[in-house]
Design a protein around this ligand. Structure first.
Ligand SMILES: Nc1ncnc2c1ncn2[C@@H]1O[C@H](COP(=O)(O)OP(=O)(O)OP(=O)(O)O)[C@@H](O)[C@H]1O
Ligand SMILES: [Mg+2]
Length: 433
């Protein structure tokens, strides 16, 4: 400031001296002209610098302006420092903003930010997918104008945001179950969090079905057993009749035992570590064991053919693989009428996958049942399966064992002709003897 005043006095003094000299030599007109010219020097200089500044501001390049001398140097320098500082701050804020957006985008949950009028300020791509929104198109739209589900609209009218809201049959395929809740933040704004609970709900439904099925399966033999016990207790029966009843009771108890054993097998399969791929199972031994079991079960009522077309062995858990093979063979025996033919074969296909297949000339299975056969407790003909002592868990166990060995269970069946169940092991699960 002091420097500026000095400069001002210097110019004024210069103008006075020049005016005095001009007056003395050229007259009063020249004196006025000379002093006016000298006094306007700072004005012209300021105008030039202002014009430069304007040009650089328009080009957003004030930082690049070369510094003039004198008073304007301080102004330019101050401005440059201010603008550099502000731009740096904006960059940091933008980076933080980008980090927040990236974090919100990475969330597995849908996130929608709503302003005080419930208008969409921002939403992540998961929320866009859940609700069919498009942020660019729908920004600043009221959310309940876009999501027209009555329960959702009510949620926003009642504003009871302490409770979450369940929306079922959402999404383009109407298969999503969403749990959402609005949380207040800032000034009357809300953060809407949306969680996809489809899998949880499915698991819950499966658990309920499972408990219902187990209870149902257990109730029948227990009821029958209690009926027999009451009969034995209340009636005076001959030894022969009593033995007959005991035998029937035994078979019901056996049924319950099988059921519990199968359930335990499934539970173990689910919780045990995956079978090691280093344990080599001799295919010839497996085939021989399967053959013994099959002949004992069939008691000569069926004709069997066995074939081991490959000598490659399987890498896996012996108990599990044998259980899967036996399940398939026992199904073939139990569902194929007497005198039917059963073919058990081990081979390696062109892709190098090992195939254990069991074909029978039984009743076959209608196509609509095929995809459901491996569900727990699923039976095509409940009464027929019960007669044979089936619980409907066998193929569920086989499928579990297969997936633990990265194998696939393939089922082909033609009603009236027969069925072929194939366990297909990947190359990595085979070893050359
Ligand atoms: N080879 C087959 N021929 C015809 N139907 C079959 C054959 N194998 C299985 N099924 C049908 O598939 C259903 C499911 O078989 P799964 O082995 O899972 O149960 P299950 O044999 O009834 O009982 P479990 O094996 O637990 O004793 C059977 O009830 C039967 O209806
Ligand atoms: Mg079975």
């Amino acid at each position: 400031m002091v420097a500026a005043l000095y400069r001002f006095f210097f110019i004024v003094c210069l103008a006075i001296i020049a005016a005095y000299i001009a007056l003395h030599f050229f007259g009063s007109d020249w004196a006025i002209f000379t002093s006016a010219a000298i006094l306007s020097i700072p004005l012209v200089y300021s105008y030039i610098n202002l014009a430069r500044l304007r040009k650089f501001i328009q080009a957003d390049a004030v930082e690049n302006i070369s510094l003039p001398s004198g008073y304007w140097e301080e102004i330019y320098f101050g401005l440059q420092r201010l603008i550099k500082g502000l731009k740096q701050k904006i960059r940091i804020i933008e980076q933080q903003h980008d980090h927040f957006i990236e974090a919100f985008q990475a969330s597995p949950n849908g996130i929608v930010m709503l302003d005080e009028n419930d208008q969409i300020e921002w939403c992540n791509s998961i929320a866009e997918r859940f609700f069919g929104l498009n942020f660019k198109r729908d920004a600043l739209q009221r959310i309940h104008f876009l999501i027209r589900r009555p329960e959702f609209i009510q949620y926003f009218i009642k504003r009871n945001f302490e409770e979450p809201l369940l929306l079922e049959r959402m999404g383009s395929s109407s298969s999503l179950s969403l749990m959402l809740q609005a949380f207040p933040f800032g000034q009357k704004r809300h953060l809407l969090l949306i969680q996809n609970i489809t899998d949880l709900q499915k698991a819950d439904a499966m658990r309920r079905d499972f408990v219902a099925n187990v209870s149902h399966e257990m109730r029948t033999p227990i009821t029958v057993l209690m009926g027999f016990l009451e009969t034995v207790q209340s009636l005076h029966l001959s030894k022969e009749q009593q033995d007959q009843y005991f035998e029937m009771m035994m078979s019901q108890a056996q049924r319950m035992k099988t059921l519990v054993e199968d359930l335990l097998t499934l539970a173990n399969l689910e919780s045990n570590a995956l079978p090691a791929a280093s344990n080599e199972l001799q295919i010839n031994t497996l085939m021989a064991l399967v053959r013994n079991d099959a002949e004992a079960l069939s008691q000569g009522k069926h004709s069997f053919t066995y074939g081991a077309e490959s000598s490659q062995n399987i890498l896996g858990d012996e108990r599990e693989v044998l259980s899967a093979f036996s399940n398939l063979v026992s199904n073939a025996i139990r569902y194929t009428p007497d005198l039917g033919a059963i073919n058990v074969k081990w081979s390696v296909n062109q892709e190098g996958q090992g195939e254990f297949s069991v074909s029978d000339t039984g009743p076959g299975i209608a196509p609509e049942h095929l995809s459901r056969l491996t569900e727990r407790f699923y039976r095509v003909d409940r009464s027929r399966s019960r007669e044979t002592g089936g619980t409907g868990l066998g193929l569920a166990i086989v499928k579990h064992i297969a997936s633990r060995h990265q194998a696939q269970l393939l089922i082909e069946s033609t009603p009236g002709i027969g069925s072929t169940f194939t366990l297909q092991f990947p190359m990595e699960r085979l070893s050359t003897p």
